[in-house]
Design a protein around this ligand. Structure first.
Ligand code: ACO
Length: 401
């Protein structure tokens, strides 16, 4: 067994591990991931079974509180989230200050951080009641402001949560409902989105989650830590890849659909282009989420009667890359983001919102990891370095430089 107290007090030699490829930052009971075997489990339950049988709020509860909720606990959780869905009117003046051209992820990070101003009391993670309330509040308000980033972009009036609808259904109607009240989402679309949120809900110590943990390790509040997670997720090498994949597929399509040309380009070391949606730091065999999403993409397109040429390009690209020695020798496979954008597009979600959807799905994971880190009383995250700059130099007055 690992003696964590001994590791915590360790000091002395410094290991250099850029990108933390081989460094564990914590112990965790939340998510198990085996990159060689393509296994992903939340609290011991396989992602395949959860995606098939559970719903997003059930999975959120499981991740955050450690066990699947009973029917009573689940109903209470949903009701308690509803109690917090009202977002302060003053938040609207903050959102008004952004230009409509602003990227929704930037707006989301800012609004999440701004929530701190309206909820200044720090939560004590060891007080179960306080923590439970903070969880419900965060799940409620983050969902609403995430949809507001879209309404802002479109110049539409901001919508409020409808307590007669479920959490994921609300996400869609908060985005798309117009004052005429005519928006009726297909229940199969809601189910597919629910599944996508489950697949994104946690993924152990990825870039955004590690960010949430390290920011929280300074005892910064939950909203501030999650806001930092949103910023980390935004990058195209992480959650921003779902937007980048769609833009790449569109570009291939607009240039005549020649996938071989793009595979060649991705292999060219002089070219910074990478096949977006390919490769993963941990999965070196296949990403189990991608397998589920590929099937879901087929199903959603059939349900909605959408014939998307980009899905064909994606399939062709996958086939060519998987047979290519460059990709085979580096264990580069499609990741979760490779097919998710195709589904979002079929649902009518604009490309710039894709990473926001990822953030809504990842929220319970961020909360669970923040809570675990604080309850475990982890020390402040503070990596070391090996200094490679100048040795001591004498200062020169500006006139002598
Ligand atoms: N296209 C072409 N070559 C690639 C790709 C790609 N998508 N991904 C990795 N490689 C190559 C690298 O050039 C490198 O080649 P080399 O050994 O000849 O130098 C080798 O594969 C290893 O790549 P690294 O960048 O060292 O792997 P790392 O684990 O650091 O990066 C990452 C993983 C960031 C996901 C990378 O594969 C990538 O950039 N993929 C595209 C972006 C993407 O899809 N991100 C989403 C990840 S999933 C998520 O965050 C939800």
């Amino acid at each position: 067994a690992i003696d964590i107290d001994k590791l915590r007090s360790a000091s002395g030699a410094i290991t250099i591990d850029p990108g933390y490829k081989n460094s564990g930052s914590c112990t965790s009971e939340i998510t198990f991931l085996d990159g060689e075997e393509g296994i992903l489990r939340y609290r011991g339950y396989s992602i395949e079974e959860l995606a098939d049988k559970a719903d997003f709020l059930e999975v959120s509860y499981l991740l955050i509180f450690g066990e699947l909720p009973t029917a009573t606990q689940l109903e209470k959780f949903e009701n308690d989230i509803r109690k917090h869905t009202l977002v302060s009117e003053e938040m609207k003046s903050i959102i008004d200050g952004f230009p409509r051209t602003a990227h929704p992820m930037g707006v989301l990070a800012s609004l999440t951080s701004a929530l701190t101003a309206f909820n200044p009391k720090p939560v004590n993670p060891n007080n179960e009641k306080e923590m439970y309330e903070a969880v419900c509040k965060t799940m409620a308000k983050f969902l609403v402001i995430a949809t507001w980033t879209y309404r802002k972009k479109m110049g539409y009036p901001l919508n409020h949560y409808d307590n007669s609808k479920g959490y994921v259904e609300n996400f869609m109607s908060l985005m798309f409902e117009l004052p005429t009240g005519s928006y009726k989402p297909d229940p199969k679309v809601i189910d597919a989105l629910d599944k996508l949120f489950i697949l994104h809900a946690d993924h152990e110590q990825n870039c955004s989650t590690s960010t949430v943990r390290i920011v929280g390790s300074s005892h910064a509040g939950l909203f501030a830590s999650i806001s930092a997670g949103v910023s980390a997720l935004w990058g195209p090498l992480h959650g921003g890849a779902n937007q980048a994949v769609l833009e790449m597929l569109q570009e291939i399509h607009d240039n005549g659909g020649d996938v071989d040309k793009y595979v060649l380009k991705a292999k060219d070391k002089e070219d910074s282009f990478r096949l977006m949606g390919f490769g993963h730091r941990v999965y070196k065999n296949f990403d189990p989420r991608a397998t589920i999403i590929k099937k879901a993409a087929d199903d959603v397109l059939v349900t909605l009667g959408v014939d998307d040429p980009l899905l064909e390009i994606a399939k062709k690209l996958e086939k060519v890359a998987l047979e290519d020695d460059y990709f085979k020798s580096r264990n580069l496979y499609p990741n979760v983001d490779f097919y998710s954008g195709i589904i979002y597009r079929a649902m009518g979600i604009p490309v710039e919102m894709f990473t926001v959807l990822f953030a809504v799905g990842r929220l319970p994971g961020w909360i669970a990891q923040w809570k675990e880190m604080r309850v475990n009383k982890e020390p402040i995250g503070r990596p070391r370095q090996v200094y490679t700059g100048y040795t001591l130099r004498s200062f020169k007055e500006v006139k002598d430089r």
